[in-house]
Design a protein around this ligand. Structure first.
Ligand SMILES: CC(C)CCC[C@@H](C)[C@H]1CC[C@H]2[C@@H]3CC=C4C[C@@H](O)CC[C@]4(C)[C@H]3CC[C@]12C
Length: 449
């Protein structure tokens, strides 16, 4: 797998399905505010949203999208130069959050003990995950290079912390993410970037990342700092990512530039500052020329036209005048033209919950805890939203009873496939695989559905 083009044609060729069985429900009649006003100050997993705001995948499945562009890790592994390796790791970090554009539905909260695995002959990785804690909700995962992790291993856990304000919801995905490049004896760590979902009360929903991500190569102390630009005076800044690779003495050695919704480029450090200046100038010019309406106090007042306060998302960045020696590290695979009828799923997301007769015959058996066997998600996917809601309630009730029974016996839940360990370089407490999952012995799995 050498590029996103190859990845896309492989997905098109081998994908079982490229659509969900039925398109999504009409949400225009549901007032999100009537639900969200009860949520202020609450934890994301404790919020009971009507099922019509869900998308028919669980968080475990959605987090699998983070590793779709794992060919970038293969590329990193193939580079002999540490700066080149770092730039591909940075591209992987940006690519891993790219599928979230316009994805404004809530995945199902995984049940405690739920698992999800992903392997496919045409994709160069294997992945599995488990919900290891319910309150707070923690999903642990590990992704290996195709050769059973001989070249690289990417692992970590995600705890989405949500903060509601009057207009917005900010989600900070807590948890250390680690990449090991085995042949280079390198360990990289970083944490996910924070995002905000805007206009949860009035207006149209939209999504942005903001803040910085620091990727550290602990073996040679090289660092990448990526800056996700918040939406500002210029629509050209929307979705922009700018960053530097710094050597162990904190000297800038390479520039990184792009849009997390489109592509990431690596730029010679000699040309980078002047390139940035040029971009700023052009952005200013463009925002002057366009009829784009900036957020004014009038537009953001309550009861305003719902289209106000929404940035112009159709800005095109095609005419980037990249300096010589620039490199396109990553480019997003194209959106399906009918994506908006299917929760804005990518071609990869569409097949996450697929499980056909054919799969049953050719794929090694899945554990009974796999998300694909969750009845509520399956029923929602098939279009029966009322029955899906009933099933969801039943599963949550079943989970509650198990927990209460355990509390009475003073027992603690033990995840099946992960254990807590001290991180070998940072010393943090992290979830690591107990190396048993791929032995595929399902005899001790809990009954959660
Ligand atoms: C209709 C509204 C108000 C509810 C929908 C909220 C949705 C958009 C929220 C709820 C939880 C959020 C997710 C929580 C955690 C992560 C992991 C991070 O690495 C990328 C963003 C991502 C994947 C978030 C995307 C947005 C998200 C799915």
């Amino acid at each position: 797998m050498a590029s996103s083009d190859n990845l896309y044609s492989s997905l098109k060729k081998h994908a079982g399905r490229t659509k969900l069985p039925v398109s999504m429900f009409d949400r225009s009649q549901i007032s999100i505010w009537s639900i969200l006003k009860q949520c202020i100050g609450k934890e994301l997993s404790k919020i009971a949203m009507p099922i019509a705001w869900n998308e028919p995948v669980s968080f475990l499945q959605r987090f699998t999208e983070n590793v779709l562009y794992s060919y970038l890790l293969d590329k990193a592994d193939e580079c002999s130069d540490p700066i080149m390796r770092m730039q591909y790791v940075a591209a992987f970090v940006v690519s891993s959050i790219a599928s979230n554009i316009d994805r404004l539905s809530k995945p199902f909260n995984p049940l405690l003990g739920e698992t999800y695995e992903f392997t496919r002959d045409d994709l160069p990785f294997r992945y599995f995950s488990e919900q290891v804690s319910h309150h707070p909700p923690v999903s642990a995962f590990v992704c290996d290079s195709k050769d059973g992790g001989a070249r690289w291993k990417f692992y970590g856990s995600i705890l989405p912390k949500a903060k509601f304000s009057v207009k917005n919801m900010e989600v900070n995905p807590k948890g250390l993410l680690t990449l090991e490049l085995k042949r280079h004896k390198e360990v990289y760590t970083w944490e996910s970037v924070t995002c905000t979902i805007h206009n949860i009360v009035v207006g149209r929903l939209w999504f942005e990342y903001h803040g910085t991500v620091e990727i550290v190569n602990h073996s040679n102390k090289m660092k990448t700092v990526l800056n996700f630009k918040p939406y500002s005076w210029s629509s050209k800044e929307l979705h922009k990512v700018e960053g530097y690779i710094l050597d162990s003495r904190k000297h800038k050695v390479r520039g990184l530039y792009g849009y997390w919704t489109e592509a990431l480029y690596s730029i010679d450090i000699e040309h980078f500052e002047s390139f940035l200046k040029q971009q700023k100038k052009e952005a200013k010019q463009a925002s002057k020329n366009s009829q784009y309406r900036a957020t004014s106090s009038a537009a953001s007042a309550e009861g305003a036209d719902p289209d106000e306060d929404v940035p112009d998302i159709d800005v095109s960045h095609e005419q980037l005048n990249l300096p010589p020696n620039s490199l396109t590290l990553w480019r997003i695979i194209p959106k399906l033209e009918y994506a908006d009828q299917y929760y804005n799923f990518s071609i990869f997301s569409m097949a996450l919950n697929e499980w056909t007769e054919e799969d049953r015959k050719t794929h090694p058996p899945l554990p009974p805890t796999d998300s694909r066997f969750r009845p509520d998600i399956r029923i929602m996917e098939e279009g029966n939203i009322d029955r899906a809601g009933d099933e969801k309630t039943r599963l949550e009730e079943k989970q509650r009873q198990v927990r209460q029974a355990m509390e009475k016996r003073r027992e603690h839940w033990q995840p099946r496939w992960f254990r807590l360990a001290k991180h070998e370089v940072t010393g943090d407490e992290v979830w690591v695989s107990n190396e048993k999952y791929w032995q595929r012995n399902w005899s001790n799995c809990p009954d959660i559905y």
